[in-house]
Design a protein around this ligand. Structure first.
Ligand SMILES: Cc1cc2nc3c(=O)[nH]c(=O)nc-3n(C[C@H](O)[C@H](O)[C@H](O)COP(=O)(O)OP(=O)(O)OC[C@H]3O[C@@H](n4cnc5c(N)ncnc54)[C@H](O)[C@@H]3O)c2cc1C
Length: 95
């Protein structure tokens, strides 16, 4: 059986604001640098309270980063082609 190393969680990490912008020592955003999940300090800052505490934060904060980037970059991006997404196969439905 092959085994792989995994990271259960981290205590501390890169400080971010809610949009996931990494903050410098003066609490100012570093342009173009974003973080979420185990590389960031998350909602528990410099603490790791225990198992089951990190996945929800990672997903939520990553969503916030993506939403912020989509909003802030949208005016600079060319429009998507009309058939964008057509190549993405449908997700099979259960049942
Ligand atoms: C066995 C186990 C059980 C866990 N159970 C729970 C639980 O029950 N509840 C809970 O809340 N949390 C749980 N966790 C913790 C949770 O899985 C992590 O906190 C969460 O996955 C962190 O998400 P992440 O996106 O920050 O990092 P990851 O999920 O580790 O994702 C990082 C990704 O980056 C990729 N990567 C790494 N280096 C590079 C590189 N140089 N270039 C490109 N890609 C790279 C990796 O392949 C990986 O896909 C568990 C963790 C483990 C290991």
């Amino acid at each position: 059986m092959t085994t792989h190393a995994g990271v259960l969680g981290t205590s501390g990490g890169l400080a971010t604001d809610f949009d996931g912008r990494v903050l410098d020592r003066h609490q100012q955003p570093i342009p173009g640098l974003f973080a979420a999940g185990n590389v960031s300090d998350g909602v528990f800052r410099n603490n790791y309270p225990g198992g089951g505490a990190t996945l929800g934060s990672a997903i939520t904060r990553a969503f916030a980063v993506g939403e912020h980037l989509a909003t802030s970059l949208a005016p600079t991006c060319p429009p998507l082609p009309a058939n964008a997404g057509a190549a993405i196969p449908a997700v099979p439905q259960a049942g």
